[in-house]
Design a protein around this ligand. Sequence first.
Ligand SMILES: [Zn+2]
Length: 284
Amino acid sequence: MLTAFRESDGQLVSGQLIRKRKEDRYFCPECGEEVLHARSLSGVRIGHFRHKPGALLCSYGGEGPEHERIKAEIYLHLLEHYPTAFTTLVPEYRDLSDALRPDLFLETRKGTRVAIEVQVSAINVEEMTRRFKEYTRLGVHMLWVLPYPADRLVQEQEEWGWAHGQGHYVRAVHHQQAHMLRLSEQEVFLYWAYFKRLVYWPGAGEGERSFSVMRLDEAYSPGREMLINGEHQKYNASRNSMMKRILRLEHGIRFDAFRPTYARAFRSLMRPYPIPGRYLLMAP
Ligand SMILES: [Zn+2]
């Protein structure tokens, strides 16, 4: 966790922003157990807190190390690159509503309030819809960030070629960027909610620490003719609801290129659920 309550003044403090003081004690905002101030979290140099070894199971940090890493890296990224852009920049924000605890909450100097949700584990569409409605009711713009799907973006291509020097055919395997991506259910929800754009944060040790934006579109499979009851019938091109075509993938997107906007409720013919009216922080 990136924040904890400090005993000396009862304040919720960020482990990255406070100095290490031996005489102070810190407590978990979730379970109330004492936690330790530490400097490094699953590969990220960031001040944070952790439960003492042997502590009772606490739901805090139960979202997994990848979720903690991405949350910490985005927080550090915003602190370092936009030190004066926000009047509020708080990880694990608890004062918005009892029903929501955004991974990062910020308010810009213009008064735009933004919740960043890092979504590593799969959550169902009902839970996403609930959060969409609650953030929108509160007038908070949402930015949902997913872990970069590196392993799903590489395609193996096999090639056989005559090797003159060796006098026989050789097999070569090339890796190339995929043109299609099979989305998870939550990615499909975000794809429709964000006008076919998804926002990613790099994996551990993968390139530059900044946002990537992927623009996608529907993937059409060609129509076909079939012989039914002795007649040729033409079928229209069908659309696969999970498979999308990658139009553009851009890295190093600046946070200040994202724009707050409101989008009206919408029902996709492709999915069995509606997407509610929503405040978004839209990717460029
Ligand atoms: Zn705890």
